[in-house]
Design a protein around this ligand. Structure first.
Ligand SMILES: *[C@@H]1O[C@H](CO)[C@@H](O)[C@H](O)[C@H]1NC(C)=O
Ligand SMILES: *[C@@H]1O[C@H](CO)[C@@H](O)[C@H](O)[C@H]1NC(C)=O
Ligand SMILES: *[C@@H]1O[C@H](CO)[C@@H](O)[C@H](O)[C@H]1NC(C)=O
Ligand SMILES: *[C@@H]1O[C@H](CO)[C@@H](O)[C@H](O)[C@H]1NC(C)=O
Ligand SMILES: [Zn+2]
Length: 398
């Protein structure tokens, strides 16, 4: 670069002059392989999403809120703190009923380390759209912006409706006459324990026949865990879950929220149906177990802006708990002769994972539960409840 160019750049930087007003184009959808920054972009693989590339556009049709499109700023960490007062600008047509997330990388900025991404914050595109433009203040994404990875478009709620994208850029300002709404609180999203040397089991729904055996294995190991409970199962007197979890609470385990009817919450047709899942889940856990929990794990791990916002509106101070050790019971089901679930746990632990997701739905899982606990102990970390591993001041002492 010559001296004159350097001088102009410096001038623009100091005065906020013409050069610094230029938007940074992230994606122009000209190639299916990379975005305008030369980085990865693409859709999740699977039947739930169809992505059709045009010349300078991408058309997405989705039937399942679990599928996403990603467009990355970088393959590692990009420091976007200088964008704090700028905007994500998306040009689109079709339905704005989807979510936009800004993803944060882990401290080492490595995709092969768990968790990756470390977290993200999310907004509802319809709240920010007007005509064919979406403008979102970067400040509405509560993540560590010195470690941004990129954007994700998630949870397309209008099944079968096409949404066509033609531009993603970082705009330095809003066009005249345009305003943006207030940020709606979304709370934090955790994939990992934060307390040094901690590891935790988050155990979701299960079947009555396996409950006692699993509980016995946990108690014999002398560990404390977190159970995410489904509200309507607690309310059903023909099921053993209320008694099971009442005993668990007495023994010092944590109980937390896993919805009322176990749907893909972000895919529910109305906001009031979403609200009901949170309200009734909270009430059921309080009424049956005497616990007013602020910890929530999403059924199927389904994520979306409405889920995050309505959770916070119904359960103030709530935290969303994901995972960084997946035993993949949903892959092996009742057929796991080679202990694949233990191998899956070992693999995630080797990547740095420290927060389990497990269910007690299959014999194969319960048969390997002692092995999961042995693996966790083998890390040298202390096994504890999720509230303890997230350094919650209201958690009981270890
Ligand atoms: C987006 O959602 C709103 C509110 O649920 C609905 O009225 C509208 O029809 C949806 N838009 C499309 C294009 O489906
Ligand atoms: C954000 O990430 C940077 C780089 O890893 C780190 O130095 C900083 O402490 C983090 N900030 C917060 C608030 O955690
Ligand atoms: C949880 O993690 C899984 C796997 O990384 C991801 O697909 C899902 O969207 C996440 N869900 C939430 C609620 O963060
Ligand atoms: C687990 O195995 C036992 C005995 O092998 C069987 O009776 C039971 O139905 C199985 N439970 C489940 C949930 O598959
Ligand atoms: Zn579940």
């Amino acid at each position: 670069m010559n001296t004159r160019a350097l001088f102009l750049l410096a001038l623009a930087g100091f005065t906020g002059g013409a050069l610094s007003q230029t938007a940074v184009v992230i994606d122009d959808f000209k190639s299916p392989d990379t975005n305008a920054q030369g980085n990865y972009h693409g859709c999740d693989a699977g039947d739930g999403i169809t992505c059709t590339w045009g010349d300078g556009s991408l058309t997405i049709t989705s039937s399942d809120t679990d599928y996403s499109f990603y467009s990355q700023f970088t393959n590692g960490c990009q420091d976007v703190t200088s964008w704090e007062s700028q905007y994500v600008h998306v040009k689109f047509s079709g339905s704005p009923n989807f979510s936009i997330a800004l993803q944060q990388n882990n401290p080492g900025c490595k995709a092969e380390v768990a968790p990756y991404p470390e977290t993200w914050d999310i907004v509802y595109a319809a709240d920010y759209s007007d005509g064919s433009d979406i403008y979102i203040p970067i400040s509405h994404f509560n993540i560590n912006k010195s470690r941004a990875v990129g954007l994700a478009f998630k949870a397309f709620r209008d099944a079968g409706v096409e949404t066509k994208f033609s531009l993603i850029e970082i705009a330095t300002g809003l066009p005249g006459g345009r305003s943006v709404p207030e940020k709606k609180p979304t709370g934090p999203l955790y994939f990992a324990c934060t307390r040094p040397n901690s590891i935790a089991f988050g155990i979701d729904d299960g079947v009555p026949e396996l409950a006692d055996r699993m509980m016995q294995i946990i108690d014999e190991a002398g560990i404390k865990v977190t159970f995410f409970t489904v509200g309507n199962a607690l309310d059903d007197p023909s099921q053993p879950f209320t008694k099971l979890y009442q005993d668990a609470v007495k023994k010092g385990h944590q109980v937390a929220l896993h919805s009322y009817t176990h749907p893909k919450i972000e895919g529910l047709p109305t906001v009031s149906a979403i609200d009901d899942e949170f309200k009734k889940s909270r009430e059921s856990t309080l009424r049956n177990l005497g616990v007013d929990s602020k910890y929530f794990r999403a059924p199927y791990g389904t994520d979306g802006a409405l889920t995050r916002q309505r959770l916070l509106a119904n359960v103030p101070g709530a935290k969303v708990i994901n995972w960084s050790i997946d035993i993949q019971d949903w892959v092996f089901l009742e057929n796991d002769p080679n202990n694949g679930q233990t191998a899956a746990a070992a693999s995630d632990i080797a990547k740095g994972g420290n927060l389990f997701v497990a269910h007690y739905l299959y014999n194969t899982t319960v048969n390997q539960f002692k092995d999961f606990i042995a693996l966790a102990k083998g890390t040298g970390k202390t096994i504890m409840r999720i509230d303890q591993c997230l350094e919650d001041p209201e958690a009981p002492p270890l």
